[in-house]
Design a protein around this ligand. Structure first.
Ligand SMILES: [Mg+2]
Length: 419
């Protein structure tokens, strides 16, 4: 099957709607735009099944140690009504024979690297978004038909790693991302440019990445239920539904998405912050408060994107401008500042090797996972309270500014600032 892409054709089709459109993703090199999205099926559970043949074909779940919830359920378990993030106690009542194994995140990362290595066989342009999801741009590969490349990637991963993936192929990110999720497991959907509107139009808006339940409800209140509704909405309806703006969402609903694939080569995708002090410092309390604020900021952005991270890095710069960096991984990915405060402090002490005041501290989180959505009921009430607190903090700060609500170390920082 050949996969001919014709950007001009989509443009003319979409332009018939007569609205203003953002620029289409035209590569400066004049290459066609062919983007794949890969999403592993029940990744944690599948990897544990691949690693231990006794688990294969069984109803099993990977359970978080920190939270008593199902982090990932095998397809055999899903058939019995087990889903993520169901409380584990509930899952066991539903299915007393359910095999529960803890997550092995070092193993997950190894499988992830291997899995993406099969994608690199076809293109160097691979954007790894999380442990089990990524985009890749096949526009520059003229040797293989893109749809055949995807089929081969899927086959190779299944044969060599004993896990399955679903994939989507389309002229841009939004199309390929939606296509990869529609027919799991082992899905493979290729959308040609002339099929874009026919593919998107009937889909309910829950398939739009980034539109949460609250936004969906709001759009439904304005009679926007499907991609077609949003694609064809008039300016007034659009602005009313989104509270002003909404044009970029409308473009996405029309299948227009200019975001390029950004290769994950070089430094790994990370969430980090660094700050140079106004003066060199060797004051442990000052440095600790400072570090905690960096953790807060990094975690805030991590949470905004719905991610969790397993590896944390601390870099210190000395008075003489030399630097040391240390990194470490936690057993399970975290998405709360408390997951990293004390660990980051210990790591800073390790990194601070020279007996010399510091000029800068940097903190960064890598090894990204999609955060587990909150369960209906947490087995660990402490974590639930911290989650709730974190959400309130974020909301209040968004509304009234960072000073409105401060943690102990923020107060310490403010006090240190006063003369
Ligand atoms: Mg997945």
């Amino acid at each position: 099957m050949s996969f001919n892409l014709n950007i001009k054709r989509i443009r003319s089709e979409v332009l018939q709607d007569g609205a203003q459109l953002p620029d289409l993703p035209t590569d400066t090199s004049g290459e066609r735009s062919v983007i794949g999205h890969l999403d592993a099926d029940a990744f944690f559970a599948s990897v544990q099944q691949a690693a231990d043949p006794r688990l294969r074909g069984k109803a099993m779940a990977v359970g978080g140690r920190q939270r008593g919830i199902v982090a990932s359920a095998s397809y055999e378990a899903r058939k019995l009504g087990i889903y993520t993030p169901m409380p584990m106690a509930h899952a066991l009542r539903l299915c007393p024979d359910l095999i529960v194994v803890p997550g092995d995140f070092a193993r997950f990362e190894q499988f992830s690297r291997l899995m993406f290595s099969f994608v690199y066989d076809y293109t160097p342009k691979v954007e790894i978004c999380s442990i089990d999801e990524g985009y890749f741009d096949l526009g520059g590969n003229h040797e293989v038909d893109p749809a055949e490349a995807l089929a081969a990637i899927q086959r190779n991963i299944a044969e060599r790693l004993k896990i399955t993936v679903s994939q989507g192929l389309g002229p841009n990110k939004i199309i390929s991302q939606i296509a990869s999720k529609l027919r799991k497991p082992r899905g493979l959907i290729c959308v040609q440019p002339h099929e874009v509107r026919g593919f998107l139009d009937p889909l309910p808006l829950k398939h739009m990445h980034g539109l949460g339940p609250v936004a969906q409800k709001r759009l439904a209140d304005h009679n926007l239920h499907t991609f077609k509704d949003l694609a064809e909405a008039g300016t007034e309806q659009l602005h009313a539904a989104f509270g002003g703006g909404g044009e970029s969402w409308q473009a996405l609903a029309r299948g227009i998405d200019p975001r390029p694939v950004i290769s994950s080569h070089g430094p790994a995708k990370s969430y980090g912050h660094q700050e140079t002090f106004g003066h060199d410092s060797a004051d442990e309390e000052f440095l600790r408060n400072h570090l905690r604020r960096l953790v807060d900021k990094a975690v805030e952005r991590l949470r905004e994107d719905g991610m969790a991270a397993r590896t944390y890095h601390v870099r210190v710069r000395y008075k003489d401008m030399s630097e040391t960096e240390r990194s470490q991984s936690v057993d399970e990915p975290g998405d709360l500042p408390e997951d990293f405060y004390t660990l980051a402090e210990a790591l800073m002490k390790k990194a601070w090797q020279k007996r010399m005041p510091l000029r800068l501290i940097a903190f960064r989180l890598t090894n990204l996972y999609k955060a587990l959505p909150p369960a209906d009921l947490f087995e660990q009430p402490n974590r639930e309270r911290r989650e709730a607190l974190q959400n309130v903090l974020t909301e209040i700060r968004a509304r009234y500014g960072r000073q409105a609500l401060m943690r102990g170390h923020d107060v310490g920082m403010e006090a240190a600032r006063r003369p």
